[in-house]
Each structure stands twice: as structure tokens, then as C-alpha cells.
Ligand binder design. Structure first.
Ligand code: ADP
Ligand code: ZN
Length: 607
């Protein structure tokens, strides 16, 4: 148990081993410790947990944390126990005896923190028990689950306003990484947080670099990308289950520790793969969007998209799973014209109401605008969340190597007019044949070689034309048909281009990338994105091996023992004794006692 009368900073340092608070953490901690209610909006990896964990330690009684995901609870509780905090959870994964033991600890006032699933919290039995104990605070994690507009709606979350009615004197804190203002309003209303102070952080993730490219040869591009991330954990997102299976299998053949995850796999396989991803270093999860919610792994070094995600919000959430530990991480995506067609088809063929489809199409358009952007991607991303990000970030592909643009007004006019002349009934392939003057069977049988647009675009090759069509779609100057056959039609905006009133600027498609920009030294085997140098390699691997071994012994994921950031600090500082080790960020008193000797032995053996 932490010392009585400790200050928030003392606890941060002695229990969690961190030298200082980050961002708004301290303000939140102080506000909550003094009994105020709070609504905290912080991006993933911003450090939300400490915002209620430290006040729970500072205040009398037990902090009750509502969390929607069983896997997440277990991780958090493991991590807290490692740090010497009396923590437990109550959910359906416990047996009857274990549950009774936790309840006993709660009633005896032995717990600093108790994590509960919402449905459990709301039982009369549990609420009754809470009335007989001292509650330090209520923390409502993933508070966006209360919102119907969000994607993670949980009906039980709506009932949580009862906490305010039954325990008016207990401070409450709601936390979410969902930035959207509409969701925020709904959280305030549904959880009766009208009087809560709002702590809104920037949603920028400065340690994530963004890169978007065209798909030429997905496998080769992915291989080259992964060369810069050997031995690192990452997620590769694909649109379909089949592509997940194929990609995972192919990567495994290439010697990558890759596992598949999608809703078509049986529950046992999913659980097994997820567990390996969490518990082992360097596993690559190939997955559909079914994977990721509640994945709290701090050391995911990259998130790769092999297909377009569903929306910018989805993209931001998925890429946000990289680099929670604030160390360098990469969001990498490749996409092609066919994605746009597939996505349009999926929208068209879904059972949603027309209004919903309209929204989905808008979302696709803004995603395409992001993909085709020629300016800073971070600025654009944050802009879609209503945040003004000043200036180029210097850390996305467009900032690093600004793409060239060209005046494509005339080719755009030719393309649009060929779509029109062929009757708006064909996909880009056929229209390009007409433009290029190819006498294919189809062209001849449809007599399209007699059209005035036949052959007017022979000066550009097929690839250049595909680039034009893709970008016209992205710019909303063409649309794929709503019925979903991939045929192209003009839009209301096409007219201005056709009549010559509106110039069209397109980006020059970059040449396929050769190798990864991060790969600096071919001898580097692991830890490439963390900047591990060749001479540090063996020590790094040994530190990681020791961490894995200790984690296995305790049955926890490696990052529960120490984060990469902490191992990295050890690697750089090479502490000679316990006093020096204690100064390293992430080494608290409990961990120093438990692991200090083992890590010092590894460090000192090499010198
Ligand atoms: P969130 O829930 O907002 O996604 P977490 O609470 O899981 O974020 O914290 C993200 C990571 O940052 C964790 O690994 C955590 O240990 C670390 N962290 C949080 N606060 C600090 C701090 N003040 N100093 C150093 N590391 C921190
Ligand atoms: Zn940028």
C-alpha cells in the first residue's frame, strides 16, 4: 500500500516510477482529488489511467472503475499489482469463490482500485455493497460507449447516471479518446456531468508518422515496409477476411510472426491469437476492423492499412493503436482505385437507409481527400476533428517530401467527356481503352471506336489515366454508381470542369518506394523504429529476453514488467546499481525491488 499523506507527485514517482506528469494529468488529478467531477478527452496513449488511479490512491476508500472490456481490466489490474497497488476486478471471468473474495476485500476496505463491468456495477447487490463501503471515486472509462452515435454503444452505459443519484458526494470522472463534439455532448447529458469540469487535450499524436501510398504490388510494398520494423509488434488491417487469411499465411511463410484475426475465426482461435499478440514481443496481427477495440498494448510500433479504412474517424482510431508509449511509431497505408469502387459498392449494397448511405458516402469522400492530400496530413486529420494544427508537422510523407502537382485540366475534361460519351455505363478500364484508342473487342462491338472521344487521350499511358480517374473520384468529380457495378458517372461538380471554368490540379503519383526510409543499417535486426544502433543490438535483445522470461513467470504481458521506453532508457543509461536504476522512468519502488537485480545483472555482465 502506498504511504499515507503522500502527494500526487510522490505517488507518480514512487508507485509508477515516472518523473513528471504529462499534459493535463496533474490538473485532472488535483481536481478529482479535491472532490470535483471531470470529463477528460485525451487521445489514445495520452495517459488517461493515471488521471483516476492517483486520485484513488490519494483519497480515502476504493476507486471504482467502470470498464467495458474484460481483457482490458485484467491488463490494468496486472499492471497495478506489479506496481504494488491493491487492485482487483469483478467480471464474468471470475469463479464464484474468486468473486466472493474480491467482495470481501472491498467491504473490508482493502482495495485501492476495483474494476467492474457496467452490468455488474448496476446490480442491486453490488450497489448495496458500495453503500456499505467507502468509495473514493467513480471512473467511467471509454465513456463514449454511452453514445448511440459512436461505434461502441453499450446500453448499460446509459444506466450509469444512477451513480450520481445514489452517491452524490462521490466524485466522478468520465474518460474517452473520442474527439467528436456530438459524442461529447451526449456523454455530458447521459451521465449527468453538466457540472463537471472538462479537460480537453489536443488529439495530435506527435510520435506517429503518417504515410500513404498507392498500391502497386501490395506484397512487395508490405515486405519493404516491414523491413524497417523487424521484431516489432504491429497491426496490418485488411478489408476482407479472406485477405486477412491470405496475408497472414504469406507473411508467416516469409518468416514474420504473423497471426490472423477476424470475426470468421472461432472464439478460441481469436482469443489465442490475441493473447499471443499481447504476451509476446514482435507479433504482427493481420486483422479486419474486428480487432483492436480495447487493445491496450503500449508498444505497437506500426499500423498498416492494405485497404482503405471505412472513415477518417475509423482510420484515426485504428492508427491510434500505434505508439501508445509515445515512442516513434508509424501509420502506413496503401490503396488503389479498386478500393474506391469496392467501398462505393459496399455502401450501395448495404441495408442502411438512404440518409445513412449519404453520410457514408460523405465519409468516404473525406477519407479520399485525406488519401490524395498534397499538404500536411496531420493538419488535415486534426482539422476533421475540429482542431487547428499550426503549420506543417514535418513528420508525415507530404511534409517530408512534398508531392508534385500538375495541371490536369485538359486530361480531366477528356476523361469526363469520355465517361459521358460512353453513356455513363462503364468502369474506368473500358473508358481508358476508349481514350487511348484501343480497338478491343468490347470497344469494337459497342462501336465505341466511332465516338468523338476515341483516341483523344493516346498521349498518356494506362497507368497515368488510372491515376487521373482515381483522383477525379477522390475529388468528387466522378462518382461510382450507387448500384455497385463499378461504373462511373458524372456528378454535379463535373460540369464546371467540362465547361472549362474550373482548373484541375492533380498530384503526380510517386514512384514506388524503394526500401524503408528508416532502414539505416542492414545489420539492425530488431528495434529499427526505436533507433537501436547496431552496437546496442545484443544488449537490447538480452533486455527484451529477460523481460519476456520474467513476464512468463508471472503470467503477464512483457510490457507489464517494463515498457519499451523503460528498457530503452536502461539501454542508454546503463545504470550500474540500484540507485541509478531507480532514476529511470518507469522503475517504481515495487518493480525495483522485484526486478532490479535481474536487469542489473544483464547490464553489468556485458560491460
Ligand atoms: P490512455 O488510456 O490514455 O490510452 P494510458 O493511461 O494507457 O493511456 O497511458 C499510455 C502510456 O503512457 C502508458 O504506457 C503509461 O504508463 C504511460 N504514461 C502515462 N502517464 C505518464 C507519465 N506522466 N510519464 C510517463 N509515462 C506515462
Ligand atoms: Zn505533415
Amino acid at each position: 500500500m502506498p504511504p499515507m499523506n503522500a502527494s500526487a507527485l510522490d505517488l507518480l514517482q514512487s508507485v509508477f516510477g515516472y518523473p513528471s506528469f504529462r499534459g493535463q494529468q496533474q490538473a485532472v488529478v488535483e481536481h478529482l482529488s479535491e472532490g470535483g467531477d471531470a470529463l477528460v478527452l485525451m487521445p489514445t496513449g495520452g495517459g488517461k489511467s493515471l488521471c483516476y488511479q492517483i486520485p484513488a490512491l490519494l483519497r480515502q476508500g476504493t476507486g471504482i472503475v467502470v470498464s467495458p472490456l474484460i481483457a482490458l481490466m485484467q491488463d490494468q489490474v496486472d499492471a497495478l499489482r506489479e506496481a504494488g497497488v491493491a487492485a482487483a476486478y469483478l467480471n464474468s471471468s471470475l469463479g464464484a469463490d474468486e468473486q466472493r473474495e474480491v467482495e470481501r476485500q472491498l467491504l473490508a476496505g482493502e482495495l485501492n482500485l476495483l474494476y467492474v463491468a457496467p452490468e455488474r456495477l448496476l446490480t442491486q447487490r453490488f450497489l448495496g455493497q458500495l453503500e456499505r463501503t467507502e468509495v473514493a471515486l467513480f471512473a467511467i472509462d471509454e465513456a463514449h460507449c454511452v453514445s448511440q452515435w459512436g461505434h461502441d454503444f453499450r446500453p448499460e452505459y446509459r444506466e450509469l447516471a444512477i451513480l450520481h443519484q445514489r452517491f452524490p458526494a462521490v466524485p466522478r470522472i468520465a474518460l474517452t479518446a473520442t474527439a467528436d463534439p456530438r459524442t461529447r455532448e451526449e456523454i455530458v447529458e447521459r451521465l449527468s456531468l453538466q457540472d463537471a469540469r472538462q479537460f480537453v487535450s489536443s488529439f495530435d499524436r506527435p510520435n506517429i508518422g503518417y504515410r500513404v501510398g498507392l498500391r502497386h504490388n501490395a506484397k512487395r510494398q508490405l515486405t519493404e515496409f516491414l523491413q524497417g520494423h523487424q521484431g516489432e509488434s504491429g497491426i496490418v488491417y485488411c478489408l476482407s477476411r479472406k485477405k486477412v487469411d491470405d496475408t497472414a499465411e504469406w507473411l508467416a511463410e516469409m518468416g514474420v510472426e504473423a497471426l490472423p484475426y477476424h470475426a470468421g475465426l472461432d472464439a478460441a482461435t481469436r482469443a489465442k491469437n490475441q493473447k499471443r499478440f499481447l504476451r509476446e514481443d514482435g507479433v504482427v496481427m493481420v486483422a479486419t476492423v474486428a480487432f483492436g477495440m480495447g487493445i491496450d498494448k503500449p508498444d505497437v510500433r506500426f499500423v498498416a492499412h492494405l485497404d482503405l479504412p471505412r472513415s477518417i474517424e475509423g482510420y484515426y482510431q485504428e492508427t491510434g493503436r500505434a505508439g501508445r508509449d509515445s515512442l516513434p511509431a508509424e501509420a502506413w497505408m496503401i490503396y488503389g482505385l479498386s478500393d474506391v469502387v469496392t467501398m462505393s459498392q459496399m455502401i450501395a449494397q448495404s441495408e442502411s437507409a438512404d440518409e445513412r448511405k449519404r453520410v457514408e458516402r460523405q465519409k468516404l469522400e473525406s477519407l479520399l481527400a485525406y488519401a490524395e492530400a498534397t499538404d500536411c496530413r496531420r493538419q488535415l486529420l486534426l482539422g476533421t476533428f475540429g482542431e487547428t494544427y499550426p503549420g506543417p508537422c514535418g513528420h508525415c510523407d507530404n511534409c517530408i517530401a512534398p508531392p508534385k502537382t500538375w495541371d490536369a485540366t485538359v486530361p480531366a475534361q477528356k476523361a469526363l467527356s469520355a465517361v459521358y460519351r460512353t453513356g455513363q455505363r462503364f468502369g474506368s478500364g473500358h473508358v481508358i481503352d476508349v481514350l487511348r484508342g484501343e480497338e478491343t473487342e468490347r470497344v469494337l462491338s459497342l462501336e465505341h471506336h466511332r465516338l468523338s472521344t476515341f483516341g483523344i487521350g493516346a498521349e498518356m499511358d494506362e497507368k497515368q489515366w488510372r491515376s487521373v480517374f482515381r483522383q477525379l473520384l477522390a475529388a468528387g468529380l466522378l462518382e461510382a454508381d450507387a448500384e455497385g457495378f463499378g461504373t462511373l458517372r458524372l456528378t454535379a461538380a463535373s460540369r464546371a470542369v467540362l465547361s472549362g471554368g474550373q482548373p484541375v490540379k492533380l498530384r503526380e503519383d510517386a514512384r514506388p518506394e524503394r526500401g524503408s526510409r528508416r532502414r539505416r543499417d542492414s545489420k539492425i535486426v530488431t528495434g529499427g523504429s526505436l533507433g537501436i544502433e547496431a552496437y546496442e543490438q545484443s544488449m537490447w535483445d538480452e533486455l527484451r529476453a529477460l523481460r519476456t522470461q520474467l513476464a512468463k513467470q508471472q503470467g503477464v504481458p512483457p510490457y507489464v514488467v517494463f515498457h519499451d521506453a523503460t528498457l530503452l532508457a536502461m539501454l542508454r543509461a546503463l545504470p550500474a546499481n540500484e540507485d541509478e536504476l531507480a532514476t529511470i522512468s518507469g522503475v517504481g519502488e515495487a518493480k525495483l525491488k522485484r526486478y532490479g537485480r535481474d536487469f542489473l545483472a544483464v547490464i553489468n555482465a556485458q560491460e
